[in-house]
Design a binder for this molecule. Sequence first.
Ligand SMILES: [Zn+2]
Ligand SMILES: [Zn+2]
Length: 281
Amino acid sequence: MSTSVIMLGTGSPRLNKERMATAHLLSMGGESILVDCAEGTTMQLVKADIPPQDIKYVFFTHLHADHMLGYANFLISSWVEGRRELTVVGPVGTKKMHDLLVEMLENDINYRMSLGRPDTGIRDVKVIEIEKEGRVNVELPIDVHCAEMVHNVPTFAYRFDKESDSVVFGGDTAPPTDPLAKLAEGAGMLIHDACLTLIEDDQTPNSSKIWENLQKEHCTPAQAAETAKKANVKQLVLTHFLPKMNPKNVLDEAAGVFNGEIIIPNDLDVIKLSSKTLTKS
Ligand SMILES: [Zn+2]
Ligand SMILES: [Zn+2]
């Protein structure tokens, strides 16, 4: 079965009717793995014809709202639809988030159990918190490694390897991206934060100060391309876009740095891992 990623959300916290906030579905070695779970993720899965109940693994890169607000809905809806096991991986704080949501939903869970559903898949969710880079100990027929990113809350990038296939999710990161380049060394696909694309005519109050501060938390397309070049990956997928970004400008900026395949996806695009080889420039 070929490895692919569905881009469930290619947007940011900024509201955008064309781009939902961050979520991806990795299909690798017969497993379906959700990486981040922003608002709307479960319905994006439904639109992509992926039964949410088939997903038994969720990885959080970090716990910012634009990466986790859809988790409560995923947890309940996929269980209601028949999911009976779940493992969740994320930085420290993931267990507290999960426990608080289950507590908040206590009455709802009790009601749905009174209709005849078992408590498996909802009260026995396995939560694994990671504190440092290295191998992630999770029961999967896939090797998973992580590295810590430069962001303003604990944030991890994940690398998934199965035989010769490898896919890396960078999470949100600012430079320096050396830990990400090291994690992604020789990978087939690198999905990278390229949030710092200029918004034309931004009417947000305080927008210039916000823009200045965002430089400490995210990357430009050129910086993302620099990581891809350093890591010698085959495919660079840019994401985490602000509203009104111009795809051609983003592509041109990245292509000025990286000569591999560059993808500027839309929501629900399916990206197949390329088997093409790249010679380092
Ligand atoms: Zn973030
Ligand atoms: Zn984000």
